[in-house]
Design a protein around this ligand. Structure first.
Ligand code: FES
Length: 252
């Protein structure tokens, strides 16, 4: 239906999660994930797509536009939406400190180690400048959530043997992939903290409308989405290019 966000992606995410679990057990990694991608027409340009969700605690279950001021800080659950194509999951994260106070995220230069190319991250958006968004496909071998996920500051003790410095070096948490140990800094454009990845996560450029408090994805920066030659091809366009539905995934 033209006016509804693309709810069909729920099923696709379940497929990804199921396959990721199989990959984790069987050590198959990205090869399995990429095989579910069906080549198709793609897009000629990035759409501007408003993020929808069913807010936590909603009685109606009806998707509505995400209100940036209501989006949880340091959410313990994973929030995913698809953009620019239906096989492209992305994180939406409201970064906060250890007291769950949202933190303004400034644009910074980010190096793609694999190529030496440097790009400028967009920084945070929303009323506190704290909301960021990145591809949720690991740039090493393509593992997907929940195997790759955001660890807020109060969960960094889980990664103490992996992180190269004390938790205080990562005051806004990290994104970590359990497949092989890659770690990314969400407060620095998802730049690399630990290998084996040699590429940061692609950054989604968000637009925040202060008059409505809504968020829209409108472009991407950084490396190409893992497994693709172009962000705009190799998958299927959203059924409604103006809206995409956020999906919440529990951790463990
Ligand atoms: S797929 Fe290897 S670290 Fe993520």
């Amino acid at each position: 239906m033209a006016d509804e966000p693309d709810v069909s992606r729920r099923n696709f995410l379940k497929t990804l999660v199921g396959l990721s679990a199989v990959a984790a057990v069987g050590g198959l990694g990205k090869a399995v994930v990429q095989n579910v991608v069906t080549p198709s027409v793609g897009l000629s340009s990035f759409p501007e797509t408003v993020l929808y969700w069913v807010p936590p605690g909603s009685n109606s279950g009806t998707p509505v536009p995400v209100k940036a001021s209501e989006f949880p800080v340091n959410s313990p659950n994973i929030w995913i939406y698809y953009y620019p194509l239906t096989d492209d999951p992305n994180f939406l994260i409201n970064l906060g400190n250890s007291s769950n106070v949202p933190q303004k995220i400034s644009p910074v230069p980010v190096t793609i180690d694999a190529t030496g190319v440097v790009f400028q991250s967009p920084g945070g958006t929303g009323p506190n400048g704290s909301i960021v968004s990145f591809s949720a496909i690991c740039q090493h071998l393509g593992c997907v959530p929940p195997i790759i996920r955001y660890y807020p500051p109060n969960q960094l003790s889980i990664l103490s043997s992996i992180l190269p410095g004390p938790a205080s070096d990562y005051p806004n948490g990290v994104i970590h992939c359990d497949c092989h140990g890659s770690t990314y800094d969400p407060s620095k454009g998802a730049g690399i903290i630990t290998h084996p990845t040699y590429k940061p996560l692609p950054n989604v450029i968000l637009a925040w409308d202060p008059s409505t408090d809504t968020l829209a994805a409108k472009n991407m920066k950084g490396p190409t989405i893992y497994g693709k030659s172009s962000d705009l091809s190799g998958g299927t366009p959203l059924s409604n290019l103006q809206k995409t539905l956020m999906i919440q995934m529990s951790v463990g």
